[in-house]
Write a protein that binds this ligand. Structure first.
Ligand code: SF4
Length: 362
């Protein structure tokens, strides 16, 4: 199994990723090095490779009641020759006909979506299309050499929704020439479009990219880790509150990222998604405690068992910060069975009880 990053991405579905490594891309966007971000995969996928990958995931999967989806990631699927698309889709579809896999998803560029393309995908049980939008600011898209503008992303998502496809949208934080305001504008546009799901990750400077040269010339400064966590946390909160499922924050860690000189700079962290969740839990907890006096003697947090590690934060950072604010308090964490995911409740020795909930924690 070459990659496990998507198995937990869509709730209880099992997603089997097949990487097509830049296939179908008309050129290279300035930040993109799929050999590092997707990992080492063959350039040409033949039937035996696809079946080996799919079977390996199916054998590994213990819960046979899960929905199973084969996903073609890592390039612009609908930009490939139609015969190549047909081969891949028909091999994947044989699993659907056998009743083993439920559907297929692809990721592609917004300018490679048209009524004809969607009719073609539908024939092969493609039900979900993920679109690389990255930003809705045209100047940012231009500088990133994306080769499309925001209007094309809007048109693509609208058409996909009209044709009843499930939609995913990818956004990036920290693109060259972008600002916090620009990123928030992209979030607002995303909310207007209402895709079913979103992925957000910060820009990292990988070797072999145009961005690497820009960085080396001093023309680009990546986000600090803290800035990236905060922007992605903001995105998670805003999109989740608007009913858009955030299925990933941060890049999947590949072994290629460990290679010398693969990563020049940028907010890359193996547990980036956990950092984002921890920061959201911490901010929500601070708001919950805003009327709790600093001399409080006992603070008891009630959480769902699965939220405890996000609440504690990496290396217990969140708890240490709360302890600094309440130096006299004994801090306890309890996990009552009925506590829902994403809900933080607090009781204190002054019998104050507060509850808050974080949308999008599933
Ligand atoms: S379209 Fe996507 S996969 Fe292709 S070069 Fe640009 S970012 Fe990379």
């Amino acid at each position: 199994m070459s990659n496990n990053h998507s198995t937990k991405n869509a709730g209880k579905s099992l997603i089997i990723p097949i990487f097509i490594v830049n296939s179908g891309c008309p050129h290279r966007c300035i930040f993109c090095n799929q050999k590092i971000t997707a990992g080492n995969h063959p350039r040409e996928i033949d039937r035996s490779y696809l079946e080996t990958e799919v079977n390996s995931y199916l054998n590994w999967n213990k819960d046979k009641t899960r929905r199973v989806e084969i996903a073609f990631y890592g390039g612009s699927f609908t930009g490939m020759d139609e015969s190549r698309q047909e081969n891949l889709l028909s091999w994947a579809q044989s699993y659907i006909r056998a009743g083993i896999v439920n559907s297929i998803r692809v990721s592609t560029r917004p300018d490679y979506i048209s009524p004809g393309i969607l009719a073609f995908l539908r024939q092969y049980n493609v039900t979900t299309v993920e679109i690389g939008a990255q930003s809705f600011v045209d100047d940012v898209l231009l500088f990133a050499q994306r080769g499309h503008n925001a209007a094309e992303t809007i048109a693509a998502i609208r058409l996909l929704k009209k044709e009843n496809f499930q939609t995913g949208l990818h956004l990036m934080a920290g693109l060259p020439h972008d600002t916090k305001e620009g990123f928030v504008y992209s979030l607002e546009k995303t909310i207007e479009l209402q895709p079913d799901m979103a992925r957000i990750h910060p820009v990292v400077v990988f070797s072999g990219t145009t961005l690497a040269s820009e960085f080396e010339r001093g023309n680009y400064r990546p986000l600090e880790l803290g800035e990236a966590v905060s922007l992605c946390g903001l995105a998670h909160e805003k999109l989740s509150a608007a009913g858009i499922r955030v299925i990933r924050t941060g890049l999947h860690w590949t072994k290629e990222m460990n290679n010398d000189n693969a990563v020049l700079a940028g907010p890359l962290h193996p547990a980036f998604g956990s950092l984002v969740l921890s920061s959201i839990f911490y901010e929500k907890t601070l708001k919950l405690l805003r009327k709790t006096p600093p001399d409080t003697k006992e603070i008891i947090f009630l959480l769902n068992r699965q939220d405890v590690s996000s609440f504690h934060g990496l290396k217990n950072n969140n708890i240490s910060s709360i302890k600094k604010l309440y130096p006299q308090a004994v801090i306890k964490v309890r996990t009552p069975a009925k506590q829902k995911r994403g809900v933080i409740s607090v009781t204190t020795d002054q019998e104050r009880i507060f509850t808050t909930s974080i949308p999008g924690i599933i």
